[in-house]
Every structure is written in structure tokens, then in C-alpha cells.
Design a protein around this ligand. Structure first.
Ligand code: SF4
Ligand code: SF4
Length: 469
């Protein structure tokens, strides 16, 4: 938890309710101003462009005839950057989830809510797309407010109608792309080509997603970040006085006040212009101190830097800094705790990378058929009956062969000309036949090699039963 800062206005009333709630408990609708084109806004615009390009093109990319990226939960098929994962790879998913949770915790401890402002799709789409459409159609915050307050006339109908129509269209586009990540573009295009009656479930899904996205971006907006998102709620227990945050330098800025050439004063650098407040998408005043509603979007940094340039003071009155940095006027310290967390994170990422790299495309499970012991054959031979389940994640069929490894032995398949199905499980049943002289105990360890297209793809250890000696 953040310690009380030395900057204390004595007025903590702003913490009594959320910034988007009025004293009567109603929604306080924000009219957000465009941030000036400062360095952070420029970088965020570039990143947003990259995210949009990635989001809208990724489901269309194909690799070896299948989607490059697909997360098909209903069918349990997952393709991540061309690599196929099956429900059998659940442990990878579990390790991935743990890595992600630890990553989020460590990242937040060091960098505060940077993810929310720069990477989270909610902020990227809201501030990078929907807000821009709103500014384009309805103008500045003052013009938007005027439009809302005026009675319904042709101008209001035209502007409001156009905005909502474009919001719906963009939400429809996002919903379709989102669905393409789940069911692949092939199935999505099938809805367009084939009669709608054959795809009623998917169509309902598209309409449902469209309405959800529209509702979120047209109405819910910052409530997602300030009230709904669980990650946002976690902030208060994750950040501390050493975490980097968008912070107001109260040591430099206070006491705040309007500049005047006529009157002598001992004001700090903050001229109380409130430019940092009107650009804030969550409607807070960062000068009140670190607040849960801040999503770290940096719009207030650019707004204040522009003001500082104009009044001839150094930039950075609002900047990325830790509470301790500001309070003690120190440089950012990479604390021992941060180092330990980062080391833990590197180890987890290493494990995750190893597990993904070493996961086999073809793997087998072999076990003796239950209830069967052994059969004694002529020529002094003994046989055991086995079942094999071979999983092929590749998008190609292979001729398959099994061999006893490390000793003389014969395998007699029950299946004729077995072929490994593409992207699926193949069941095989076979006998292993060994010479009596090799079966020394009741239970003997043997190794079976699985060959696909002549290549050894998996080795399985199992037991071979013989008569009591
Ligand atoms: S933009 Fe800067 S100078 Fe203006 S009110 Fe905010 S902190 Fe003070
Ligand atoms: S306080 Fe600044 S960084 Fe935080 S949400 Fe508002 S504008 Fe963005």
C-alpha cells in the first residue's frame, strides 16, 4: 500500500465516490478533451495502429493450410503462432496461466498500471478508435456538451445518428474478427456464403458480441476500468511507494496558483489550468494523488508538458515516477524485491518456452490390453496384446510403424496398413512377440518406438508379462 504522501490537501472528499458518479449517485458523463500531440500521445498512436493492424489481420494469416492463430474453445483446438495445442496439452495451459498471473503481478509491482493505458484492448479501442470517432463527429468537449444539452433538431439527429451508426459498424467488425479467432475465418465466411438458417447459432453469436462491444464502447466506457475489471481492483494491493506510476510532482507543483506578473507570489509550477483533468478519460485530477481510477494512459503528462513549455518551466511536473522518487527527490531505484520478482519471472518464462519448444507434434500412449495376460506361441515365443493411442497434431497423414527397441522382438499389428490421421487420435491394437529366452521375469520392461513416415517420433516404455519363473 502507498504510504500517506507528505502532500496532503486535507481534502480527501474526492475519495468518497468514483469520479464518474455524482453526489446523487447518477452517472457523471465525461467530455474528454483531445490530448496535445506530446511524445507519449505520438507513441500511443503508433502502438494503437500496430495493435489494430495485428488484431484485424491475425485471424486471416494461414500457416501450412491452417489458421496461424485460433483459440477454438468449443472444439478444444488451439493454434498459437502456427503451433497446435490440444486439450492433452492442458498442463501447458496451466503453466501459461500461472506465468501470466505472476507476470501481471510483477509487472504491476514495478510499472503500475502501464498495461491498462498502453496494451489493454479496452483502452486501445476506446481511446484509439471510438473516442476519435466521437471527436471527429461531435467536436470538442464543449461542442459535445452543447450538442447533448440542445433539443432534438436535425443537427443533433444527424450527428448522434451517424456516431451511433459508425459505433455499431465498428462493433460489428470487431465482433466478426473476434469470432474469427475462435472459429477461424473459414467458418466465418461460410456464414456469408451459405444460407443463414444453417448458421443460426453463429449468427446469434455475432449479433450478441456486436451488441456487447457497442454497449461497452458507446455507454459503459471507463466503468470497465474503474469498476468492472478485476485487474483494476488488484492495483491497490499490488502497487507500493516504489512502483512507477503516472504521478504529479507535488513538491515542485505546490502551492498551485495562477501566474501573475503584477502580484508577487511563491506559487509552485502548477498554474491550476486543469488541462491535465480535461484530457483524463477516467475524469480524475491526478494532482489529488495516486488514484485507483488512473489507467496510466499518460494523456495528462502530455497536456501538462505542453503547459510547462508555454510558461517556460521544465517538463515533467506530471511524469512516470514512484511516490518515493517524488517525496525524496531520488532517482528510480530497482529494489531488491523487484530484482527477485524479475528473476522469478525470467525462470517462469524459461520453463514456459522450454515446455512449448519440447512439446511433441506426434505423441503416443501405449498400454497392455486390460484383463489380458500373455499367450504362449509355437516356436518358443510369447506374445502380449497392446492398445496404442497416437496423437498427431500435424495437418498431414503419415504411414505409421511400431518397433521394439533395444532388443529382438516382433510387432504384429491388428490394423491393416495403419495410417496416422491428421490432427487427430489414431487407435491401434497390436501384439508384441518376444522369444521365450528374453522373458526373464513375470513383469519385464520393454521399449516401443513409434515411427511416422520412417522417422522415430516417440519412444514409450511399457511392461511385457511372462509366465512365473
Ligand atoms: S496541466 Fe499541469 S499546470 Fe495545469 S493544472 Fe495540471 S498539473 Fe497544473
Ligand atoms: S490521471 Fe492521467 S494517466 Fe491517469 S487516467 Fe487520467 S489522464 Fe490517464
Amino acid at each position: 500500500m502507498i504510504e500517506d504522501s507528505i502532500y496532503d490537501t486535507g481534502n480527501e472528499a474526492f475519495r468518497d465516490r468514483m469520479s464518474n458518479t455524482t453526489a446523487e449517485g447518477k452517472r457523471n458523463w465525461f467530455y474528454v478533451s483531445k490530448p496535445p500531440k506530446g511524445k507519449f500521445t505520438k507513441w500511443r498512436n503508433r502502438l494503437n495502429f500496430f495493435y489494430f493492424a495485428l488484431f484485424f489481420t491475425l485471424p486471416f494469416l494461414r500457416y501450412q493450410g491452417r489458421p496461424f492463430f485460433m483459440i477454438n474453445f468449443p472444439k478444444g483446438e488451439f493454434i498459437v503462432f502456427g503451433k497446435i495445442f490440444w486439450p492433452q496439452d492442458f498442463f501447458l495451459f496451466a503453466v501459461g496461466m500461472i506465468t501470466m498471473i505472476v507476470f501481471v503481478i510483477l509487472f504491476t509491482v514495478i510499472w503500475g498500471r502501464l498495461f491498462c493505458g498502453w496494451i489493454c484492448p479496452q483502452t486501445v479501442f476506446m481511446e484509439g478508435l471510438f473516442r476519435k470517432i466521437e471527436w471527429w463527429i461531435e467536436g470538442s468537449p464543449t461542442q459535445q456538451k452543447k450538442l447533448d444539452q440542445m433539443p432534438w433538431n436535425w443537427e443533433k439527429i444527424r450527428k448522434k445518428g451517424l456516431k451511433q451508426l459508425i459505433f455499431l459498424g465498428v462493433s460489428f467488425l470487431i465482433a466478426n474478427t473476434f469470432l474469427a479467432y475462435i472459429i477461424s475465418t473459414d467458418e466465418l465466411f461460410a456464414i456469408i456464403r451459405e444460407p443463414i438458417s444453417e448458421h443460426l447459432t453463429l449468427l446469434t453469436g455475432i449479433i450478441g458480441f456486436t451488441l456487447v462491444f457497442y454497449f461497452v464502447f458507446a455507454y459503459v466506457r471507463e466503468i470497465v476500468c474503474t469498476t468492472i475489471c478485476p485487474y483494476g481492483r488488484l492495483q491497490s494491493v499490488l502497487v507500493d511507494q516504489d512502483s512507477m506510476q503516472v504521478s504529479y510532482d507535488y513538491v515542485r507543483g505546490e502551492p498551485r496558483g495562477k501566474m501573475s506578473k503584477k502580484v508577487e507570489n511563491d506559487f509552485g509550477d502548477c498554474i491550476d489550468c486543469k488541462k491535465c483533468v480535461i484530457v483524463c478519460p477516467t475524469g480524475i485530477d491526478i494532482r489529488d494523488g495516486v488514484q485507483m481510477e488512473c489507467v496510466g494512459c499518460t494523456a495528462c503528462i502530455d497536456a501538462c508538458d505542453e503547459v510547462m513549455d508555454k510558461i517556460g518551466r521544465p517538463q515533467g511536473l506530471i511524469r512516470y515516477a514512484s511516490e518515493r522518487e517524488i517525496r525524496e527527490n531520488k532517482k528510480f531505484v530497482f529494489t531488491t524485491r523487484m530484482k527477485a520478482y524479475s528473476a522469478g519471472l525470467v525462470v517462469l518464462l524459461g520453463i514456459m518456452t522450454y515446455l512449448i519448444a519440447s512439446s511433441k507434434s506426434i505423441s503416443a500412449n501405449i498400454s497392455r490390453v486390460k484383463g489380458q495376460l500373455f499367450q504362449e506361441l509355437p516356436d518358443n515365443k510369447i506374445s502380449n496384446l497392446y492398445d496404442a493411442k497416437v496423437l498427431n497434431k500435424k495437418n498431414k497423414e503419415y504411414p505409421i510403424e511400431l518397433k521394439v527397441l533395444g532388443m529382438d522382438g516382433e510387432i504384429k499389428m491388428i490394423n491393416k496398413h495403419p495410417v496416422l490421421k491428421k490432427q487427430g487420435l489414431t487407435d491401434l491394437t497390436f501384439f508384441v512377440i518376444l522369444d521365450h529366452s528374453k522373458v526373464l521375469k513375470r513383469s519385464n520392461s520393454i521399449k516401443i518406438g513409434v515411427f511416422a513416415d520412417g522417422q522415430l517420433v516417440d519412444e514409450i516404455k511399457t511392461t511385457f508379462l511372462g509366465p512365473f519363473k
